[in-house]
Design a protein around this ligand. Structure first.
Ligand code: URA
Ligand code: SF4
Length: 213
């Protein structure tokens, strides 16, 4: 096994005083880990500073890397459909990722998603923490194991604790659920429908908690 690469981390690239605009500008220059080398651009979070909910995915995909915007590809489409099903509006949300550059492997013309390493997730964490500190949402929703473990620690299990609030100082309501891309990977239509319904049920619990505040 290769020795673990030490990533310098994003900290040194953060502006001292920041709002979402200055964070976004600074993140475009980040070289906190080696992922900036092959990706097209930094995909920073998107949404209003007034958002009640911050959603955190894993990392941008192929479409997001080209567009420079989070969750605009196939997984984003599933995400939008689920939000719509529970009456949550993406304009009331701030959407971002645990890692801001696309990590991939080239296979012919395709660019296949590669899981970020713990060192890369750690390197990128200052951006996410700065986004949370700036938006100060009522609810923080972690989409999938990468986001959940980046924020709640390596011991956190989405399969066990999805869809219910977990104690955290990061927001009054913190919840994890599956990643919308996992729904697209379902083996068949029936399985996909079930996975989607479970995802919607988790978001409905979130909506109920928000409305009860
Ligand atoms: N998957 C993610 O985790 N984030 C995106 O922005 C797109 C796909
Ligand atoms: Fe910086 Fe994160 Fe991109 Fe690494 S993935 S270069 S830490 S923005």
């Amino acid at each position: 096994m290769a020795a673990r690469q030490q990533e310098p981390g994003a900290e040194a690239f953060l502006p001292e005083k920041h709002d979402l605009a200055s964070l976004r500008r600074a993140s475009a220059e980040c070289q906190g880990c080696s992922l900036y080398v092959h990706a097209t651009q930094t995909v920073f979070g998107e949404g209003t500073v007034k958002a009640r909910v911050v959603f955190v995915g894993e990392q941008p995909g192929d479409k997001e890397d080209r567009a420079g915007r989070p969750f605009v590809g196939p997984a984003g489409h599933v995400f939008d459909k689920a939000l719509e099903a529970v009456g949550l509006d993406r304009s009331d949300a701030y959407v971002t990722n645990a890692v801001k550059h696309f990590k991939f492997e080239e296979r012919g013309k395709a660019r296949l998603h590669k899981r970020p390493r713990p060192g890369e997730i750690r390197a990128c964490r200052p951006w996410l923490m700065a986004e949370l500190q700036t938006v100060q949402p009522r609810a923080l929703v972690l989409l999938g194991a990468t986001a959940a473990q980046a924020v709640l620690g390596a011991e956190f299990r989405v399969t066990r604790d999805r869809g219910r609030p977990v104690p955290s100082e990061l927001a009054p309501i913190v919840m994890a659920t599956v990643h919308p891309a996992s729904i697209l990977r379902a083996a068949d239509d029936a399985e996909r429908e079930r996975a989607f319904a479970e995802f919607v049920a988790d978001l409905r619990s979130l909506k109920r908690l928000l409305d009860a505040e």
